[in-house]
Ligand binder design. Structure first.
Ligand SMILES: Cc1cc2nc3c(=O)[nH]c(=O)nc-3n(C[C@H](O)[C@H](O)[C@H](O)COP(=O)(O)O)c2cc1C
Length: 208
């Protein structure tokens, strides 16, 4: 198996607090999600996904709770999941076009990783912080995938907020879908979009 990342450091190994890298800076400055309609084969293999997830989970995580988990949709399971989503909509009398879109929703990309926010009730760590950590996992997964040559996009769509779809995915009490991260190869580039004006959103605090 081709290892794309260095092995995880041993516990208590001294690690640098900064790691200057022009490649990393370029990745961050130019990163772009792919349009969900341009993702195609190939995607990461099972072992490559496993490796990506280990790197993706290397996020800030207050009190080391690991308040997230992954459900990987790959191969035929993607189609089966989509067909079941279509059945959920059919039972509700949804329009045929919506049903068909749901059926195809997980086969748009070769791999879809559902990142599940799974907060732990330790009596002191706010759920908000744990959910933020799950968001960091989604973004870190995208970056790790991009750095490995895969294009991707973080989606939620209706199925992330639907109780029946959540049950189909296997969500347990208190869990939520942080994102369906679609990964694959981009068959076309995606144009840059308007970016939020950061200076307008930046203040320097002064005493009131
Ligand atoms: C939590 C979250 C959920 C999102 N869900 C969707 C979605 O359902 N559909 C969609 O088109 N974009 C969605 N997006 C936006 C895309 O992930 C992406 O940010 C956007 O297409 C712009 O691309 P960029 O990452 O290059 O800025 C979501 C973003 C976030 C952070």
């Amino acid at each position: 198996m081709t290892k794309r990342f260095p092995p995880p450091p041993l516990q208590d190994a001294p690690l640098a607090g900064a790691r200057p890298s022009i490649d990393a800076r370029t990745l961050l400055a130019l990163r772009k999600s792919a349009n969900k309609l341009v993702l195609c084969d190939p995607g990461p293999t099972e072992s490559e996904i496993d490796e990506l997830l280990i790197v993706a989970a290397r996020v800030p995580d207050h009190r080391k709770l690991g308040p997230w988990r992954f459900v990987v949709l790959e191969g035929d399971a993607r189609k089966t999941f989509g067909v079941s989503l279509g059945q959920i909509l059919r039972a509700r009398g949804s329009a045929q076009a919506q049903i068909e879109e749901a059926e195809k929703s997980m086969i748009r990309a070769p791999v879809v990783v559902a990142v599940i926010s799974s907060p732990v009730d330790d009596g002191r760590t706010p759920v908000w912080e744990q959910e933020l950590s799950a968001g960091a996992v989604c973004y870190n997964l995208l970056l790790a995938a991009n750095a490995s040559g895969w294009a991707g996009v973080w989606l939620t769509e209706w199925m992330a907020y639907d109780a029946e779809a959540g049950a189909l995915l296997g969500l347990r009490g208190g869990e939520r879908v942080a994102g369906f991260v679609h990964l694959g190869t981009a068959r076309a580039s995606t144009p840059e979009r308007v970016r939020a004006a950061v200076p307008e959103r930046t203040a320097r605090w002064t005493a009131p």
